[in-house]
Write a protein of this length. Structure first.
Length: 169
């Protein structure tokens, strides 16, 4: 034992992110398909910073959002696999494998943030569409939506800091 052994997790981070992203997408499908027939024809489609609806439209926008979320999920998954395989070629086995894992982690982080954003937006639309639900929850979701870009930037910085720190040893 050298005292500087690397921590090797049992499950790579990118697989955890992929599983959570897929779970978010499944939740989006469940929410939209369950609530669609119960929604009024006109629903809120845009919110101000306080979470108050300031634009309204057809409930069909939820189906369009469902399609967009699915297309983005599949596209990012495809790019993750393609870029990870292309970037790792031509390097040694250990460096190539680590590079591939870093790329997959970054793509899956992006996929998670996109899936989470769509889940929060659709949840907020549904909460604001049914007046009997508590508006405090919708307000909390609007705050979370504002925080997502900051979380993404911090996650990328921490990820690169850790990956650069581990590669210099």
């Amino acid at each position: 034992m050298t005292g500087r052994e690397e921590y090797k997790p049992g499950v790579p981070v990118y697989r955890i992110l992929n599983t959570v992203s897929l779970s978010c997408l499944v939740c989006i499908y469940i929410l939209v398909l369950y609530a669609f027939v119960r929604l009024p024809h006109r629903i809120p489609t845009h919110f101000d910073l306080t979470g108050k609806a300031d634009a309204f439209g057809s409930k069909n926008i939820l189906l369009i959002m469902l399609i967009i979320a699915t297309v983005l999920f599949v596209l990012i998954t495809f790019l993750s696999n393609k870029r990870g395989n292309n970037q790792a070629t031509g390097k040694t086995a250990s460096t190539g494998g680590k590079s591939k894992e870093y790329i997959k982690t970054l793509f899956n982080l992006a996929k998670f943030l996109v899936s989470l954003s769509f889940l929060l937006i659709i949840t907020m639309i549904l909460l604001r569409s049914f007046p009997k639900y508590n508006s405090t929850l919708a307000h909390g979701i609007s705050i979370a939506l504002i925080a997502i870009p900051a979380m993404a930037i911090m996650a990328v910085i921490v990820f690169f800091k850790n990956s650069l720190g581990n590669s210099s040893r």
